[in-house]
Design a protein around this ligand. Structure first.
Ligand code: IFM
Length: 454
C-alpha cells in the first residue's frame, strides 16, 4: 500500500512532556498543577521528564536513524518568555539549536507554538479566561517566528485547544484545574482568538512559501442504535467535541446547534466580541488531525440531564464503555473510524489538506532480557491506522503526512509516567533510550513509503 511521493512521515512530542530542565525556564501552569497532591498519578511532574533539553542531539540522532522526514515538537512559552511577556534569549536559543540539528540531519522541523504549558504568570492574570492572553500569544508567536522563520516553513499555532480549555477550565483534570463549564467555553473562545491573531500576525511577516495550521483532536461518535434519539446523541457529541473548534476556524463561526447546546451556560455568546469570528477564520493551509479512538454514545431519557462525560454543556446523552481490545489507557482500537474521519473532514472542510498530526497508542512496554522492546500491539496499532490513512487517500482525501505519537515515552499529563506512547522506550530512572520494535516497523514503512497490506 504505497503512499504519495513526498508524503511526510514524522513523530511528535511536546515541550512539557519531554524537555525537563525546569530550572532554565519560567514556571508553567503544569508545574503548579503537578505540585498539588492527587492531581497527577503518582505525584509525577515534568521537571526532569526525558531530559530532552540536555539530550536533544542524541534524540535527533535516533530520529535520523529511524529515517524520520519530520519532527513535530512544541515550543515552551515559559522557556522563551518566563513571565509570558519578556524574552529570555537563552530559552529561544534552545529551539534554534534544535532546529539546526534537525536540518543538519535532513529532518523537517514542525513546531507547535502552544501545547498547554501556559506561563504561570499569565495564569495569575486570568490565563485563558482573559482576552489579553490571546494578544500575548500573538506577540510570543511573532518572537519565535522572528528567530526561527528563516529555517522553518510549516507552523502550527495551538495543539488540541479542546484539552487546554475544556479539560483545563471545565472538568479540571488538566492544569490549571478549574471546574467551571462556562469558563471553559470562554477559555476555548480565547484559544481560538489566539490562534487567529497569531496566524494573521505571522502571515503578515512570513515568506510566501510558509504555511500555517492548527491541530484539533477528534473522537468521532459511534452510536449503539439508529433511532432518532441515537442520531441526536451523535449530533450532540460531535457538536461539542468535533465541531466546536472546527467551524470557527473554517470561517463559519460557531454552528447554531453548538450555540444552542451551550446556551444554558450563558457564557460563550457574551465572550464573542465584534470582529472575533473574522480573526478566528483566518485562512489556514492545512488542518492537523489528532486521532486515537472513537467514542461510543447513547441517548438518555431526560434531555436536560447532564452527561456522564463532563464536557461543557453536554446533556441528554452518555458515553458508553469502549469496546476491546483496548490500549493501556482503555482506549479502543478502531482504525476504520480514522478513515471515516478523514473522509468526513475532506468533505466538511472543502478539500482542505489534512495532516494526521497525532496517532498512537499506550501499552505496558518492558525492556526484555534480550535488550529489545517487543511491542507487537503498538506495531499492530500503527499498521492498521496507517492502512486506514492509506484507504482515505485512495478514496481521494488530501492527506499530506502522518505524525506518530510519540517519539519518546513521556509525561502523560494527569496520568504521569504510567502511559507509554513512545516509539522509543525511556527508562525514567536512568533516562536510557531503547528503540522499540514498533519504531523499526515504522522505519520500514518510511523507507518503503508503503505499509504492508493487512
Ligand atoms: O500525550 C497526549 C498529547 O500531549 C496530546 N494528544 C494526546 C496524547 C495522548 O494522550
Amino acid at each position: 500500500m504505497r503512499f504519495p511521493t513526498r508524503f511526510l512521515w514524522g513523530a511528535g512530542t511536546s515541550s512539557y512532556q519531554i524537555e525537563g530542565a525546569a530550572a532554565g525556564r519560567g514556571e508553567s501552569i503544569w508545574d503548579t498543577f503537578c505540585a498539588v497532591d492527587g492531581n497527577v498519578l503518582g505525584g509525577d511532574d515534568g521537571r526532569i521528564a526525558c531530559d530532552h533539553y540536555n539530550r536533544y542531539t542524541d534524540d535527533v540522532r535516533l530520529m535520523s536513524e529511524l529515517g524520520l522526514g519530520a519532527y513535530r515538537f512544541s515550543v515552551s512559552w515559559p522557556r522563551v518568555m518566563p513571565d509570558g511577556k519578556r524574552l529570555a534569549p537563552e530559552g529561544l536559543d534552545f529551539y534554534s539549536r534544535l532546529v539546526d540539528e534537525l536540518l543538519a540531519r535532513g529532518i523537517e522541523p514542525l513546531p507547535t507554538l502552544f501545547h498547554w504549558d501556559l506561563p504561570q504568570a499569565l495564569e495569575d492574570e486570568g490565563g485563558w479566561r482573559s482576552r489579553d492572553t490571546a494578544e500575548r500569544f500573538a506577540e510570543y508567536a511573532v518572537v519565535v517566528h522572528d528567530a526561527l522563520g528563516d529555517r522553518i516553513r510549516q507552523w502550527t499555532t495551538i495543539n488540541e485547544p479542546f484539552c487546554s480549555a475544556f479539560l483545563g477550565y471545565g472538568s479540571g483534570v488538566h492544569a490549571p484545574g478549574v471546574r467551571e463549564p462556562g469558563t471553559a467555553l470562554v477559555a476555548a473562545h480565547h484559544h481560538l482568538l489566539a490562534h487567529g491573531r497569531a496566524v494573521t500576525a505571522l502571515r503578515a511577516q512570513a515568506r510566501p512559501d510558509q504555511v500555517f495550521a492548527l491541530a484539533l483532536n477528534f473522537a468521532p461518535a459511534l452510536a449503539d442504535g439508529g433511532s432518532p434519539a441515537h442520531l441526536e446523541a451523535v449530533r450532540k457529541w460531535n457538536a461539542i467535541h468535533n465541531r466546536f473548534f472546527l467551524d470557527p476556524v473554517l470561517g463559519r463561526g460557531y454552528a447554531e446547534d453548538v450555540l444552542a447546546d451551550v446556551a444554558h451556560l450563558d457564557a460563550l455568546e457574551p465572550a464573542i466580541k465584534d470582529g472575533d469570528l473574522e480573526v478566528i477564520g483566518a485562512k489556514i493551509d492545512w488542518l492537523g488531525v489528532n486521532f486515537y479512538a472513537p467514542t461510543r454514545v447513547t441517548p438518555i431519557d431526560d434531555p436536560a440531564q447532564p452527561s456522564n462525560a463532563p464536557l461543557p454543556g453536554l446533556r441528554g446523552m452518555n458515553v458508553l464503555p469502549a469496546r476491546g481490545p483496548l490500549t493501556a489507557f482503555g482506549w479502543e482500537q478502531t482504525p476504520s473510524s480514522l478513515t471515516d474521519l478523514l473522509q468526513w473532514l475532506h468533505s466538511y472542510c472543502d478539500g482542505l489538506p489534512l495532516v494526521v498530526a497525532e496517532n498512537g497508542a499506550s501499552f505496558e512496554d518492558k525492556v526484555s532480557p534480550d535488550g529489545h522492546v517487543h511491542d507487537t500491539q503498538r506495531t499492530a496499532y500503527f499498521a492498521s491506522h496507517i492502512r486506514a490513512v492509506h484507504d482515505a487517500i485512495e478514496s481521494g482525501v488530501d492527506v499530506l503526512g502522518y505524525v506518530a505519537w510519540s517519539l519518546l515515552d513521556n509525561f502523560e499529563w494527569s496520568m504521569g509516567y504510567s502511559q507509554r506512547f513512545g516509539l522509543i522506550h525511556v527508562d525514567f530512572d536512568s533516562l536510557r533510550r531503547t528503540v522499540k520494535d514498533s519504531a523499526r516497523f515504522y522505519s520500514e514503512v518510511i523507507s518503503r513509503n508503503a505499509v504492508p497490506a493487512g
